[in-house]
Design a protein around this ligand. Structure first.
Ligand code: ACO
Length: 310
């Protein structure tokens, strides 16, 4: 029994905020943001849109794409650091919105690695035949925890949601291997501060991300019995183009095998990997039998990687 992604969806808010818009609000400029991060614009949710609303629209599309109905889902996992409220969880709110009456529901808090953590968890429940279908969502309204007066962080983040339905796939396909990890001693480098804003030691997170994403990508390939040469496409967490390029170089991949969607969305934390996956699929960049490496790091500190045969 092999678990794999059988349907995908995404949603990003309509409101586009460009680097030029930010120039008017804080002491920054388009050139700095583009060259240091790769970001050109990001989507920012309206006041009335919360994380569960973004999650719902992405999930609805993924369920349709999988060709199933919401009542067939056995478990909903929502990766997020920006739940509407501490409880009920976004997963429970989503269960209601979708009418997924047969689903258990919980949120996964592993920051930007959350989507991979949720995928790995879903795989267990499917391969033990506990649930036939598991809905995995990565959804964030980071704009509500962004300090819009702090240029060190305000330029980096955006809102959005991605979703994937996991179910049984044919032998040799699906999630071939995963790797998860955490280092709580690094929690001080990236956290929600006492006024509920993202606080970040950018240089420390940068160094950690470059090292860990490269190591996790290599290690998960070994677990899958594959090598760098087998990789068709790398989908890293879209945090900073320089971190993403470092991961690509670590795998000796050519430019065209790296998913680069950061310029449109900024860093959407747990939504970023799934958003990139969906866009690459929509653009026909991913073909049947391709070997994909998904890798991310996040606050915690956490990391996660997965190898998927599409
Ligand atoms: N506009 C203009 N100048 C700026 C800005 C800005 N928005 N931000 C910082 N600067 C200035 C700094 O003040 C500094 O000036 P100084 O030299 O006069 O002191 C200079 O630019 C360089 O600052 P650095 O911090 O050294 O810039 P760096 O090249 O390290 O880039 C960045 C900063 C983009 C934050 C980088 O460190 C990074 O990407 N870190 C990782 C971020 C990340 O991945 N976070 C994940 C969080 S996801 C989650 O879990 C929610």
């Amino acid at each position: 029994m092999n678990a794999g992604i059988i349907g995908v969806g995404k949603y990003v808010p309509e409101n586009v905020v460009t680097n030029f818009d930010l120039e008017k609000r804080i002491d920054t400029n388009d050139e700095w943001i583009r060259t240091r991060t790769g970001i050109e614009e990001r989507r920012i949710a309206a006041d009335h849109e919360n994380t569960s609303d973004l999650a719902y629209l992405a999930a609805k599309e993924a369920i349709e794409n999988a060709g199933i109905t919401a009542d067939e889902i056995g478990l909903i996992l929502v990766a997020t650091v920006t739940p509407d409220q501490a409880f009920p969880s976004v997963a429970c709110q989503l269960q209601e919105k979708l009418g997924a009456v047969n689903a258990a529901a919980l949120d996964v808090a592993a920051a930007c690695a959350g989507f991979i953590y949720a995928l790995a968890t879903a795989k267990q429940f499917i391969e033990t035949q506990t649930y036939k279908y598991v809905l995995v969502v990565g959804a964030e309204k980071l704009s509500k925890i962004t300090d819009w007066t702090d240029r060190n962080t305000a330029v980096l983040f955006g809102d959005g949601a991605c979703a994937a339905v996991l179910g049984e796939v044919s032998e040799g396909r699906g999630i071939l291997a995963f790797e998860l990890g955490a280092d709580g001693t690094g929690g001080k480098h990236l956290y929600l501060n006492e006024v509920d804003h993202i606080a970040m030691n950018g240089r420390e997170v940068f160094k950690f991300a470059v090292r860990q994403m490269g190591e996790s990508a290599i290690s998960v390939l070994e677990k899958a019995g594959l090598t760098k040469e087998d990789v068709d496409f790398l989908i890293p967490h879209q945090a900073n183009i320089r971190i993403m390029e470092a991961s690509r170089e670590r795998l000796n991949l050519p430019e065209e095998k790296l998913s680069k969607r950061i310029h449109k969305y900024g860093n959407t934390s747990s939504a970023s990997i799934g958003l990139a996956l969906k866009d690459e699929l929509d653009d026909g960049k991913i073909k049947d039998d391709d070997i994909l490496v998904l890798v991310g790091i996040g606050g915690g500190l956490t990391w996660g990687a997965a190898v998927i045969k599409w």
